[in-house]
Design a protein around this ligand. Structure first.
Ligand SMILES: [Fe+2]
Ligand SMILES: [Fe+2]
Length: 285
């Protein structure tokens, strides 16, 4: 299948995963000067399945809160609107991919370990570097490879050809995608995520995490660079997606632009290695 056919097929898939309307409504409410925290809390609480899961996550060891939270409005007070919004988005995206009728030929456990490892590493690095919204880095890391799940689910035969080619030619997975499909999980993820109307930095991270892009005022390069670093570090720590086990290298400019030292990456991934299994259970993955 060539690139044009892939793009046309991607555009034509009618049962593409869709995010709950609620996620878009939250964004709208947040952007509107007249909305209140109570309104936003009430909106999230309406979707009980998501609200319950978010409350459980807020109470998990990851956030280390002293006292338990029992509702979304309380969670917003304790953790802030941005963190709760990110949790709602993360939980909603994960729910979209929970049920699949196709047998996966790769290990989804490994996929989520990789994604969470990258998320957690990106958050810890961002925190240690004094970035203001470490939870944005977490969510960008969690979702960066979502294009792989879309390929597995909607382009299953093509996905199998890519894996086979990567294996036969001993090349990196995303290089094999480019050769076989003419596009990668980066573009596929970004194209689908654009339909979800989630914040731009998430879509940009999906699109550019394997690309050398560093000076573009339209793009949040810092998040992309840190997710790239965490992606490579997760893979090298053994938290790879299961079909690309080669050690990877960082883009030099990503280290230079962010000012991150190898020792900070090592510190972050020491924690990730220790806590990743707990986090996976907390996210219900
Ligand atoms: Fe990737
Ligand atoms: Fe990745």
């Amino acid at each position: 299948m060539d690139k044009e056919t892939m793009l046309a097929k991607l555009d034509g898939i009618e049962n593409l995963p869709t995010l709950p309307v609620m996620v878009q409504q939250i964004q709208k409410l947040i952007n509107s000067p007249n909305s209140s925290m109570n309104q936003i809390g009430a909106l999230i609480s309406k979707d009980q399945a998501i609200a319950a899961r978010v409350v459980r996550l807020v109470n998990s060891a990851f956030y280390g809160l002293g006292r338990k939270v029992s509702s979304i409005p309380q969670a917003i007070v304790v953790l802030g609107l941005n963190t709760v919004k990110n949790l709602v988005t993360g939980v909603s995206v994960i729910r979209m991919f929970e049920t699949t009728d196709k047998a996966s030929i790769f290990n989804r456990d490994m996929f989520w370990l990789h994604s969470l490892g990258c998320a957690m590493g990106a958050r810890l690095i961002a925190k240690s570097m004094g970035r203001s919204e470490p939870e944005d880095y977490f969510l960008a890391g969690l979702l960066h490879d979502i294009g792989v799940l879309i390929l597995d689910q909607f382009f299953h035969d093509e996905f199998i050809s890519v894996l086979k080619h990567a294996n036969d030619a001993t090349i990196e997975y995303h290089t094999a995608e480019q050769k076989v499909l003419g596009l990668t999980h980066c573009e596929v993820g970004a194209i689908v995520a654009e339909k979800w109307k989630i914040p731009d930095f998430l879509i940009q991270t999906m699109r550019y995490h394997h690309t050398s892009i560093n000076e573009n005022p339209e793009i949040n390069c810092d998040i992309i660079n840190i997710v790239h670093i965490a992606d490579v570090a997760a893979t090298n720590t053994g938290l790879h997606m299961g079909f690309n086990e080669e050690k990877k290298n960082y883009f030099e400019y990503a280290l230079a632009a962010t000012g991150i030292k190898q020792s900070a990456i090592d510190d972050a991934f020491g924690v990730v290695e220790k806590e990743i299994k707990v986090l996976k259970a907390e996210w219900g993955l």
